[in-house]
Each structure stands twice: as C-alpha cells, then as structure tokens.
Design a protein around this ligand. Sequence first.
Ligand code: CO
Length: 173
Amino acid sequence: MDIVLYPDPRLRAKNKAIDSFDDALAKTVREMFELMYATKGVGLAAPQVGLNIKLLVFNAAGDAENSESEIVLCNPKIKSKGKDKESAEEGCLSFPQIFGNVMRHVSIVIEAQNLQGDTFELELEDWQSRIFQHENDHLEGMLFIDRMTPASKAMVKNYLTDMREDYDANANT
Ligand code: CO
C-alpha cells in the first residue's frame, strides 16, 4: 500500500459504497492506519491509497500510542453542519510539502457505519471536525486545493505545477 500523489486520477474518481464488512476490510483499515502513522498524517481516505471506496480513517492525536482516538468511518454522510466556520492551515498526504488555509465548519454531525456494518452517529468539533471534512471531501473526489483561500492557492500554484510535471514525467518512463 502506497500513498497516491496529486494529480493521480484516482484522487478524482468516483468512490463506491462499501457493502461487505469482512476481514479484508478490517485488514485494509489496519494498513491505512500504519501508513498514516508512518507518514505522520492525522487522516487518510481510501482513494489516497488507490482504493476507490467510501472509507476513511483518522486519529486527531496523530500517533499509534493513542489508538483509542482512532476513528474508522465507512460510507460516511453529513447529517448537519453548525453555522460557524473557521479558517486554518491544512496539509494532505497526497500533497507532501503543500500547506494552505481552508474554511471548515467548526462542528458537524455525521452518520457512518463501523467495521461491522452498524450505523452510528457522531458529533465532531474543531480539529476532528476539520479532519473529517478534509477526508470526506476525498470520498467526493474533492481536494483541499479546491477549497483553499485565494491567498493560499496563489502561494501553492508553482508547487502544484511541479507536481503535475513530476507526475507526467513518471507516467512517461
Ligand atoms: Co488529504
């Protein structure tokens, strides 16, 4: 399992709902957490490892020692969003070295299924809410560069051009 980098088309592809909650899914989730910790991330969505399914994992604490903070969401849906929004800096494992400010809802209520397929509801706030919205965007083929403030977007423009050139160079070898 490897991290898929921008502008790989799998980051923009449609993601399928999960319908079998089996051992293979649990194994995928474990591998995603391990890769996320190894790359110092706080969240990872399945398309970022080349799997176009509606699955995301995160751990706002960002380390394996705090495994009680691990959250696994299958087929997540947004139920409601609080009206307050906040801008803060985000990064993304599919864009190493690129950071920019993004507006997000401060609080959000979601519904999802766990690894057994049971549906549950969760209210997320602040940092957890931000991580969820970032990862959930990945499941819609949406990337944080699409939502960056104009000032941040302008600052990262050249890095994005470099990433597209690197991708094309690798694709042609
Ligand atoms: Co991301």
